[in-house]
Design a binder for this molecule. Structure first.
Ligand SMILES: [Mn+2]
Length: 424
């Protein structure tokens, strides 16, 4: 669907304007003492995994309005990520959801993905819904369930997810639990925590030596009174008790409004316990909005902590992933915009003069500290991000290219208007 020659002529058409913008910014950055080639290299290397479930139109509990041509099997999902990656050169990984994406043939799936320069990021288990042939129900929880038989089934499922991931070359299991209670008195908090810990210990024992277990948290939803893992403190407590291979995963949407997420990121990295990151944006809760569409400054501040943490802590390498459900936009367009926002925030964070910031902090010069951060935030880094994508052979403006190549209509023509993404 993306012809190399067409992409080249698209870029030729846009290269003059880009060159002008890049010359201007590049000179400004050089004058400010930045190593522009080093910046381009760092931005090029930054890859964000696409979750398999984000390629179809999501829905709310009130309805779903699909736009057609959705990938109805794993091969088509990988091909969609291949299109995104060909355009933006920044989506070179896919995160699978089991059982929605169980490969029928590992070899051919691996071959397809690697041919498109796509790796397999963390695999995700699912104990928040019952599967058609399941014996037990997760209605009242999974790893924390009061019934041993249900817990055993949930543990077995997580081990199977690891086994699938091993076949594909994944290196991490993400566990997000919907477990919790919706009414006071429904749960014994301490018992539910203890059962969860013991279940996770069994899963942890099944991890290969070079794997990570990412423990995700969420304050509410689907349960509305208590969640078994509601916050980073509980996630960190579990990860600490489990061992070195267990870390916390921060999902931007999984915080109560106005939580200082950048501080959480800083402290988890300080403890070498930040394992992964799920990007999205929100106004009220877990809204699943396009990354950077509501709070771009917060995203930048988070990236400042990530950049510093990657520089001066021993925190393990992070799994970066978008985690969103796109209800209104074409999912592919939303993902292109999300990845672009992530790269812009990252590029801005790379421009911060952290040495000067430390000096300003040491003398309690608050105004100067703020100025240093905002100097970077207010720099229009789009030509820098674009230059990094252009050099890797991607499109100058991925969204415009996606539309110019009429990819959604091509997908509809190939798969049909009613093609539905599995798992949604
Ligand atoms: Mn998530």
């Amino acid at each position: 669907m993306l012809d190399a020659n067409e992409l080249k002529s698209f870029n030729d058409e846009h290269s003059k304007e880009h060159q002008r913008n890049w010359d201007h910014l590049g000179e400004r950055l050089l004058n400010r003492g930045h190593d522009t080639e080093g910046l381009i290299e760092q931005i090029c290397a930054f890859q964000v995994a696409i979750p398999s479930w984000a390629l179809g139109t999501g829905g709310t509990r009130f309805g779903r309005f699909p736009s057609g041509g959705e990938p109805s099997n794993l091969r088509d999902k990988i091909k969609d990520v291949g299109i995104l990656h060909a355009l933006n050169k920044s989506s070179g990984a896919i995160s699978l959801h089991i059982p929605w994406d169980i490969p029928e043939d590992y070899d051919s799936i691996r071959e397809l993905a690697f041919g498109l320069d796509i790796k397999f990021d963390a695999v995700n288990s699912n104990t928040f819904q019952d599967q058609p042939n399941s014996v037990h129900s997760y209605k009242f929880g999974s790893l924390s369930h009061v019934d041993t038989a249900v817990r055993k089934e949930a543990i077995k499922h997580n081990k199977e997810v690891i086994d699938h991931g091993v076949q594909l070359g994944s290196k991490a299991l993400t566990v997000w639990l919907a477990d919790g209670s919706s009414f006071p008195g429904q749960h014994n908090f301490r018992d539910a925590f203890q059962r969860t810990l013991e279940s996770l210990e069994e899963i942890y024992d099944h991890l290969p030596a070079d794997w990570k277990l990412l423990v995700e948290y969420k304050p509410y939803e689907p349960n509305f009174y208590s969640m078994v893992i509601p916050d980073w403190g509980t996630s960190h407590l579990l990860a600490s008790k489990l061992g070195d291979k267990a870390t916390s995963l921060v999902d931007l949407g999984h915080h109560l409004p106005n939580t200082n997420i950048e501080q959480i990121v800083a402290l988890l990295m300080h403890l070498n316990k930040l394992g992964g990151f799920h990007f999205n944006d929100s106004k009220y809760g877990d809204d699943d909005l396009t990354v950077g569409s509501i709070k771009p400054y917060q995203l930048f501040l988070i990236f400042c902590e990530l950049v510093q943490g990657m520089e001066d802590t021993d925190n393990p390498e992070l799994s970066w992933m978008i985690d969103a459900s796109h209800n209104l936009k074409d999912p592919m367009e939303d993902l292109l915009q999300s990845v672009e926002s992530i790269k812009i925030a990252y590029a801005r964070a790379l421009l911060v003069d952290y040495d000067s910031l430390k000096i300003a902090q040491a003398s309690n010069d608050i105004a100067q500290s703020q100025r240093i951060l905002q100097e970077a935030f207010r720099t229009d880094v789009r030509p820098l991000v674009m230059e990094s994508i252009y050099r890797k052979g991607g499109a100058l403006d991925s969204l415009t290219a996606y539309r110019a190549f009429d990819i959604r209509n091509q997908l509809i023509a190939a798969r049909g208007i009613d093609s539905k993404s599995t798992g949604l």
